[in-house]
Ligand binder design. Structure first.
Ligand SMILES: [Zn+2]
Length: 249
């Protein structure tokens, strides 16, 4: 599943293509909005909130979410798409650019004043201008017995972390992801590390994982073999977490 930095980059891409421009095409390929036409309206901006994208067009907001497979791509007019056309869920075009959302998990249109209905539940956004580490730490501690690796995935605690970065944040912080949140020695430092990991991912791609999917490979800090274990709230989706058993306590 795309993580916060991927969504942040998608917002930046959509802004470069559409912000400040008048829509010359809007094609919603989801039944609920099949007749909606936003042509002639000006796109103000797209902002990311955790893993959600809000494209603001006058008094309406187009809310999209990449979920598992979704992606926003931008093409020049006439350029051949590099994903199958049947996966297109939404096309927004303006002079010089055509933005296509493929396999989006959510496409919905709402009054801009109602954005909080779809993102109000989120904790502080790690990549947001209003990032609030104290509030993120407070929310993480609201369930002190919960394993850290699960609490970090809970978007109502802090928004933007997925399966890759929960492993990385725990590795950087030298904390075993199975540790109950309430027993983490320095939670404010860990929250700051979470911010640093996400921010650096927006600035320096491509990015090399230090724990994620490195089972049995040597820890880049101590040389011990990285281990993994399923750590998930969802029995149907047993996602693994990776950690160094020696230097993450
Ligand atoms: Zn290690």
């Amino acid at each position: 599943m795309p993580e916060g930095d991927v969504v942040w980059h998608a917002a930046a891409r959509l802004n470069r293509a559409l912000a400040g421009k008048t829509l010359t095409k809007s094609d919603f390929r989801v039944p609920r909005y099949a007749t909606l036409d936003l042509r002639g309206r000006t796109v103000d901006e797209t902002v990311s909130r955790g893993k959600h994208l809000l494209t603001r067009i006058g008094d309406v907001t187009v809310h999209t979410h990449l979920k598992m497979e979704g992606v926003w791509r931008v093409f020049t007019p006439g350029q051949r798409w590099n994903r199958p056309a049947h996966q297109a869920r939404l096309i927004l075009a303006a002079e010089g650019h055509e933005a296509v959302g493929f396999a989006l998990g959510i496409v919905e249109v709402l009054p801009r004043a109602k954005e909080e209905d779809v993102v109000g539940h989120l904790g502080p956004d790690l990549l947001g201008a209003d990032w609030d580490p104290d509030e993120a730490a407070r929310r993480l501690l609201s369930d002190p017995a919960r394993p850290l690796g699960l609490a970090l995935l809970d978007q109502t605690n802090l928004a933007g972390i997925g399966n890759i970065y929960r492993s990385e944040i725990c590795w950087v912080s030298r904390v075993d992801p199975r540790t109950p949140v309430g027993e983490v020695d320095d939670l404010p430092a860990l929250v700051n590390n979470a911010h640093d990991v996400l921010m650096s991912a927006t600035h320096q791609p491509p990015w090399r994982p230090r724990a994620y999917q490195r089972s049995r490979m040597p820890c880049r800090r101590c040389g011990s073999g990285i281990e993994s274990q399923a750590l998930s709230d969802d029995p149907a989706n047993q996602r693994h977490v990776w950690f160094c058993p020696k230097c993450q306590r």
